[in-house]
Design a protein around this ligand. Structure first.
Ligand SMILES: [Zn+2]
Length: 220
């Protein structure tokens, strides 16, 4: 009986998408170390640092989850990484399931709302949904905050290469500007440079810190 319960617990998703990306990044460091060094001590040090970093962002793991991630010490080659990541993906908490109608309710002032094609999105692959609507020439961002979906929309001026204020990487970015309500009848434009390609941006995310900062900036 106890065994059965353990099996059920093991399969409960416990990783956020950005945490999965963080682990993926650490694994790439280990593979890189193996490819560039023959010194076992160097490789072991890289592994220990990677494990340490992973466990430091996931402090509340149960025994089964710790055991799963501890298997990283045995990983050195890309094919091992690939199969481990495939398994790990099943433990990623999917982005909250939603619909075009639910998304449109986040933007009550937008006429003829056009959402993204939700069928093409892997909900385990994202921390936010971002899309550009050509007709209204506006960029939309939807994410989860304090247990519910929130949305922002604004103008988007595609510019040059720069640092994205969501993923913190050097990418093709544009200036996203939202009209934020700051008082009873006062509004101000606030925004920042963000990736033009939201899918790529999601793949870059290894922490939600910057995304949360942007949410604070765009919230009144
Ligand atoms: Zn980005």
């Amino acid at each position: 009986m106890t065994k059965k319960i353990n099996i059920v617990l093991e399969n409960i998703p416990f990783l956020r998408h950005d945490q999965y990306n963080f682990i993926k990044y650490q694994l790439s460091n280990i593979v890189h170390a193996r490819l560039t060094s023959k010194d076992e001590e160097v490789i072991n040090t890289v592994k220990l640092i990677a494990m340490d970093k992973i466990f430091s962002i996931l402090p509340n793991l149960n025994e089964n989850q710790q055991m799963l991630l501890s298997r990283i010490v045995n990983i050195e080659e890309q094919n091992q990484v690939d199969s481990f990541l495939t398994e790990l993906k099943t433990y990623v908490i999917p982005f909250r399931s939603t619909s075009e109608k639910a998304l449109s309710k986040l933007f009550p002032k937008v006429k003829k709302f056009k959402g993204p094609d939700l069928n093409t999105i892997d909900f385990r692959d994202i921390s936010y949904i971002g899309w550009y609507d050509i007709r209204s020439e506006r960029k939309f961002l939807v994410t989860e905050h304090n247990g519910k979906l929130i949305g922002f929309q604004g103008t988007f001026m595609k510019s040059i290469k720069g640092i994205c204020s969501i993923c913190n990487r050097y990418e093709d970015v544009g200036l996203f500007m939202a009209n934020v309500k700051t008082g009873k009848e006062t509004y101000t434009n606030r925004g920042n440079y963000i990736c033009a390609d939201s899918h790529k941006c999601n793949q870059n995310l290894t922490t939600l810190d910057k995304l949360h900062y942007l949410i604070e900036l765009l919230s009144n």
